[in-house]
Each structure stands twice: as structure tokens, then as C-alpha cells.
Ligand binder design. Structure first.
Ligand SMILES: [Zn+2]
Length: 370
């Protein structure tokens, strides 16, 4: 950087020379002084530095926010910034037409120097990509939104990139569920101890969901259906609008934010992707529950197990046994309820049984096309 100071130095010396010669100081005089030094070859290193600085600034100004124009309800909005520096930190937000933030997530570097993502990208891209994944729930209103990326830089002002996104409507069916007295006591406990325990469990869950550790880069491929092929049947799809009918006739509408497969007790439940077990415990409403972190801010959750086969803090691979089907907690029968959490919102896990959580080939082709 010290040598970079030569430019104003050259200019100042040229100005001083002109002034000392009694000539009026005009911009031209700078050009003549510089030109003379240029002809003498004295400013060539400076030109090299200028060219380098220009290249760097051109590269940064070319930073672009990539995202699809449309995304359906119940899906992951995949977006990314390219190129970025590894010191840049990016926050992705989705704003509605009133400018209200409806989803938020911290971006993470895709070609981080470990994990499976690097192997896919290695050798094909020289720069860094920051990915932002936002969960679009089934109840997010369809219409026009703005995706905003705020890039905070270490040595310069932060930068905003925006693009419009349209959320497509998807029709979700409905069903009615009769709530038994036993289920009612789980859903609406009167015991103060039970209420306090539920609150503690809810706080524990949210502490996990807010952990978007950028080093959680375990898996970005398609999810495995949690029961082996041919086992179980879909008993309730994601997004169902459920009307609960309570004893006494009271009704409450609730949206099913998971994907249910009914199967006999004891059928093996398999990990849908590689990851870190961040929860393995018996909970009041969700019963025996396992949560797996697969990416920063992205979690898989399996509920109502009869047996948990993993421990908190252990690593699992896609297809590993994590538990057995049961009906613990608030359940109307033996089934596994699977959730996919993205930016603290639930999306449809079954949509990702056949497509990857992050489509790295698409990222590479989108970058190559620009
Ligand atoms: Zn369910």
C-alpha cells in the first residue's frame, strides 16, 4: 500500500514544480508532469497498482444477487451472491409489498474449505459464493416480494442488492381431526408444572433453531424418505389445514407443517441426510424427538418415535438408523412426522426427496451464463 501513495506524490511534485515555475496551476500541468515521469518509466509500478485496484473494484462492483423469479409456498427460496470475499458477511431478507421483513437468514460461504460442498465445486469456481436459504411457509401470502441482500464488508461501506421475487400460490387440502380427552390434556395442559416444562422445551427448541453456525456444512443433496422404500403410507401431507374438534365442540384451525408417514411401531426411521444430532429427547407434545443440523439454519426433525437410536452430539450419515416409529407425544396413531426447518420456518420436506437442498449445478451454470 505504501507504494500506492506514489500517485498523489507524483501529482503533488508536478503541481509544486509548476507553481515554483510561476505558472498558474491548472489540471493540465498535472498531466504534463505525470506524462514526463511516465515517459521516463518512473510511474510504471504505479500504473500496475492502479490497474490492480481497478480490477479489484470492477470485480466487487460486479457482485450480483442470483435467485429464481418465482418460488412456491412450502419451498426453499435459494439465492446466492457471487463473487464475494470470505470476509464479507451477508444477510438475506425477504420484504413484502409494505416493506415488512417476512423472512431473514444469514448467508454462508458455499465453498468453505471442508465438507462435501467443496468437493463438488472444487476446480470449477475460483471465487467464493455466499448462499442464502429462506423458508417460504404454506401460509406465506402469494404475491410480490423483494429479496434483499445486505453485504457487510470489513474495509468499506456495506452494500445492498435487491431483486423482485413472486411467491406462487399452492392449494393445500384440509381435514378434520377429533381431539380426544387425552390429546386435549397434552395440547392444553392445566398442570402448572407441565406448562412450565412445555415453555422450557419450546425455549430449547428455539435456541437450536436460531443456531445458524456457518460450519454446519454437512449435506446439501436430496433428502432420503425416512422409511425404507415401500414401508408406510403418507397419512398427512405438508400444508394440510387441520380443523381440530375438541370435546365439547370447540374447533380450532391449525396448519400441518410436517410430513407424516404412518407405519407399524418399530419400523426403522432413517436419517434423510448427513448431519449433527442437535436434539435427541422425549418431549411433551412431539414425543421422542430427533433433530439433525444439515446446513447453517437448516434442520430435520422427526417426532413421535417409540425408540431413539442416536445421542445428542453424534454425527449421522444419510440412511443411518436414528429411531423407530411410534406414537409418543401428541399423536393419533403410529407414524413419523418429519419437519424441514429453514431460517426458523417449516417447509415441505417431501419436495426435497427428489431435488437437492442446494442445487450446486444450477449455481455453477447461472454463474457461467453471466
Ligand atoms: Zn404430522
Amino acid at each position: 500500500m505504501k507504494r500506492g501513495a506514489c500517485v498523489p506524490g507524483c501529482a503533488r511534485r508536478a503541481e509544486t514544480a509548476e507553481r515554483e515555475a510561476g505558472k498558474p496551476w491548472v489540471r493540465q500541468s498535472l498531466g504534463r508532469g505525470f506524462g514526463q515521469r511516465f515517459r521516463q518509466g518512473k510511474c510504471l509500478p504505479v500504473l500496475g497498482l492502479l490497474l490492480l485496484a481497478w480490477c479489484l473494484s470492477a470485480q466487487l462492483s460486479a457482485q450480483k444477487l442470483y435467485a429464481p423469479d418465482r418460488v412456491g409456498q412450502g419451498r426453499i427460496l435459494q439465492s446466492f451472491i457471487y463473487p464475494v470475499r470470505n470476509s464479507d458477511s451477508v444477510e438475506f431478507t425477504l420484504l413484502n409489498s409494505q416493506g415488512k421483513v417476512v423472512a431473514r437468514s444469514r448467508g454462508f460461504l458455499l465453498n468453505y474449505e471442508r465438507g462435501t460442498l467443496v468437493k463438488k465445486l472444487d476446480g470449477r469456481m475460483k471465487d467464493w459464493v455466499t448462499v442464502g436459504l429462506l423458508g417460504i411457509t404454506s401460509t406465506q401470502e402469494s404475491g410480490n416480494y423483494i429479496l434483499r441482500a445486505t453485504i457487510a464488508k470489513k474495509k468499506s461501506r456495506s452494500q445492498l442488492l435487491e431483486r423482485p421475487i413472486y411467491i406462487r400460490k399452492h392449494e393445500f387440502p384440509g381435514e378434520t381431526i377429533k381431539v380426544s380427552a387425552k390429546m386435549n390434556s397434552v395440547l392444553n395442559p392445566k398442570d402448572p408444572d407441565l406448562i412450565a416444562r412445555q415453555r422450557t422445551q419450546s425455549n430449547e427448541l428455539w435456541a437450536i433453531l436460531k443456531n445458524d453456525n456457518p460450519e454446519y456444512l454437512f449435506y446439501n443433496g436430496a433428502l432420503l424418505r425416512p422409511l425404507e422404500d415401500g414401508q408406510g403410507r403418507t397419512s398427512s401431507a405438508y400444508g394440510y389445514v387441520r380443523k381440530y374438534v375438541y370435546p365439547g365442540g370447540k374447533t380450532v384451525n391449525s396448519v400441518h407443517k410436517g410430513y407424516d408417514i404412518a407405519a407399524a411401531q418399530g419400523i426403522h426411521i432413517l436419517a434423510s441426510g448427513d448431519g449433527l444430532v442437535v436434539m435427541a429427547k422425549d418431549r411433551i407434545v412431539t414425543g421422542k424427538t430427533v433433530m439433525i443440523a444439515v446446513l447453517p439454519g437448516i434442520f430435520l426433525k422427526y417426532q413421535h418415535m417409540s425408540v431413539i437410536s442416536v445421542t445428542e452430539g453424534s454425527s449421522v450419515k444419510r440412511g443411518d438408523l436414528i429411531g423407530e416409529v411410534g406414537r409418543t407425544g401428541f399423536a393419533t396413531g403410529n407414524h413419523v412426522h418429519t419437519e424441514l426447518w429453514v431460517s426458523a420456518r417449516r417447509v415441505d420436506p417431501s419436495l426435497y426427496f427428489n431435488e437437492p437442498l442446494i442445487d450446486t449445478n444450477r449455481i455453477i451454470s447461472m454463474i457461467a451464463a453471466n
